[in-house]
Structures are given as structure tokens and as C-alpha cells.
Write a protein that binds this ligand. Sequence first.
Ligand code: 5AD
Ligand code: SF4
Length: 458
Amino acid sequence: MNSTDTAKPPKGLFIKTYGCQMNVYDSERMRDVLRPLGYAPVDGPEQADLVVLNTCHIREKATEKVYSELGQLKRMKEASGGRMTIAVAGCVAQAEGEELIRRQPAVDLVLGPQAYHKLPEMIARASRAVGDRLETEFDTLEKFDALPKARAADGPTAFLSVQEGCDKFCTFCVVPYTRGAELSRSVEDIVVEARSLASQGVREISLLGQNVNAFHGAAPAIEGGPDWDLGQLCRHIAKIGGIDRIRYTTSHPRDMDDDLIAAHGDTPEMMPFLHLPVQSGSDRILKAMNRGHTAAEFHDIIAKVRTARPGIALASDFIVGFPGETDADFEATMDLVRQTGFATAYSFKYSRRPGTPAAEMFGQVPEDVKNARLQALQALLRDQQTAFNASQVGQTLDVLVTGKGRQPGQVHGRSPYQQAVHFNGPTELIGQIASVHVVDSSLNSLTGEFISAREAAA
Ligand code: 5AD
Ligand code: SF4
């Protein structure tokens, strides 16, 4: 028997992911692209031949972490006799490419988010020490076309990228500069990927995009092309056998159109959970942020969404301490939170990002004021989250079981409202939807009792 094909030991690959879900998705795609080259995931950077840091530039802290991680990797690389290849991907790579190589010469490759399909070629070049170490051209279409469409699923939930980039230019945000202009994938490509995931047992798909509800993908003429919006796409994916749950993230209030809102009401596969970042409740600050809507307009959208899908759980993002934010502006944010009621939320202190308009604005808010506001906001949001979780006690929820729990005999999964749920049940339930009676709740999870399982829809 000729075994030369399998004789080569796999090369160790370690990808560390920072930041948003788009980066989590991109890291999976880099693994897919590298698998045919013989790269297999290892548990830590020490065992790796190739280490990829998939970075985030959104706040200063996230960027700083990359440089300290690179310092540690440099020492490991030296200890490995130079065997380790270090690649920096993601938004820090895009924004600080040249600077990265200058500040940390141990870095072999720098590639921006639009260049992942070129990774094999870049590794080959690096191993021969020829050519450029930097690839930060913007060509999202080329990336969409070049990455494999059928990919290996990892469990019953999966991300699926439908859109990249952002044209909104919020004055605090680096994304339009690091991820480029808004661009949607074609409906056909998305559906091929969704079908492939469904055939591997995926039951929940999260459609991803920096501005996912700005999606307008070219649809096949027979399906009523030319372009579909996100509502149409969700309705179509809902028809794929095996797909029981659809989510999407992250959206912008300005793109929350009537059809998407209607889809929440007419498509049961669309989960009753909406993450809609609002950032602030003050019209003055929303204007300075260039968000393109007022607090009242946000309330109107929420009212429409709640009419279309009563009981929908809401999530949002908030920034405190944006330049010029007064106590009264901050109180307006607290009011918006009180009036809306969120199931969960992310909140951040404003971080000054070089190159963005807000970085140059007057009235930068002192750190201690930002800290105090963040604490007050987070206390309110925690209370709302605790109350929302407590409101589920006594109810029976569908839980998509995703894995074993921490305690023996326990499994865990997600409720339709995206809450973590733990309960005692057999591991055969993993990948299925279980009916679970909720008996207890805390800030971060629900505890339940197993009632019955539901087989995958044909
Ligand atoms: N400072 C603080 N938070 C920010 N975000 C984006 N840019 C900044 C910044 N400069 C937050 C927003 C956004 C989330 C992904 O990160 O709330 O919705
Ligand atoms: Fe950044 Fe605003 Fe675009 Fe969101 S919509 S990615 S916050 S610029």
C-alpha cells in the first residue's frame, strides 16, 4: 500500500480570535482554507507551526492586547528556533499594517479581513522569504468568491456571513475604515452554504454582517430578483429543511425596514430576539455620533417590532462618555433603557480612535465620569436582564441543545431568547430541540427540567 500521501504529520495551527462574531466566523474560514495545506488545530500556541491573531481595532484596549500577545509569541518563536510563523489578521492588521511589522519584527504576515483567501499563498511566500508580508487590499467580492462555500459544520449552530463592511460612518467607529464599504453576498452563494450546513445537522443559522440589515443581495431571476432584502432572505432560508432557527446580527436602526419587521411576525423560524444597537438616548449625542435617527424614531421602530412579534426580546449596544456628553445626555440614555426594557445589552466607555471624527471633537469626557456612568448604566441593564430571565421561570421553552453541561448528566443550550439554559438530560439530545420547563434563573442563565425532544424538521 502506498502511504506517502498520509505520511506527512499535520502542521499545528493556533488561531486566537478577538472581537466580534464576524471575526469568529472569519477564523473558521481561515481554518477551512488552511486544512488542505495540512494545518490542523492545536490547543495552544506552544505546539503551533502557525499562529494567527485575528484582531479587533474597535476600542483602544482591544488593540493594546494584540501588541502584548505578540511580545509573548516572539519569545515562543525564539524558543522554537524560529519554526513558528506568526500572522496578524483582522482589523488591527488592516489599520496598522506597516506599523505592526515595524513595531514587532517577529511578525511574518499581516493580512486584512479581505485577504483571507490569500493566506496559503502568503504562507508559501513567507517560507521562501520572498515578496510582500503585507496584504491589506480591499476586495470583498474577491474574498466572497474565493472562499469555499461548502464548509464543515461544528455543532448545531453556525454563523453565515451575508454582508460585510459599513457605509454609515458613525463618528466614533473604525469599522468603515477597517472593513470597507457595505457589500452583500449573492443569495445563491448564501443558500448553497446554508444548505450545506443544514445537511450536516445545523439547525440554527446566525446571519452575520457589520450592517446585516443593509443586506441587498443579488437574487436569481426566478426567485423574484434582482435584489433581496434581509427579510426576504430570512424567509427563504427558513424553508431549507432542517433549519429551525434564524438569527441575524448586527443591525442598524436606519435599516430596520417594514419588510424585515414583518418577517419577524410571519416567519416562526426567526427567533424572537433582536440586537439593535442604539448607542445613546440623547438626540444631541445621536446627531454628533452621525447615527441618522433620534431617540423617538428608535422607540417607534421598537413599537413596530413588538407589534409584529409580541414578546420579542431586545438587546442593544451603548456608549457612555462620547465627547460632549453631559449629565442630562446620559440621563436620556438611562431613560431610553428604562422605557424600552432590554433582555441583555453591551455597554462601553467611549474609546478615542485615531482617524475617526469623534477623536478630534471638543469636550472629551474625563475617565472618572465615564467610569461612573458606565457603572450606573450597567447596574440598570443587569437589573433588567435579571428580571427578564426571572420572567421565564414557570414557562416551557424550546431549547436548542448545543453541548454537555458542567455537571455530570447535564446538558446546555439556548432558548429562543438567546439565554443559556442548563438541565439534566442525555447527551443524545445534543443537536436537538428540547422542551424544557424553566425552574430557576440568574443573571446569566436559566435552569430547567427536561420534558421532551423534538426531531429535526424534514
Ligand atoms: N468606543 C467605544 N465603543 C465603541 N463601539 C464602537 N466604536 C467604539 C468606540 N470608539 C461599540 C459600539 C458598537 C460596538 C460593536 O462597539 O457600541 O455597537
Ligand atoms: Fe461602526 Fe456605526 Fe458602522 Fe456600526 S453602523 S459598524 S457603529 S460605523
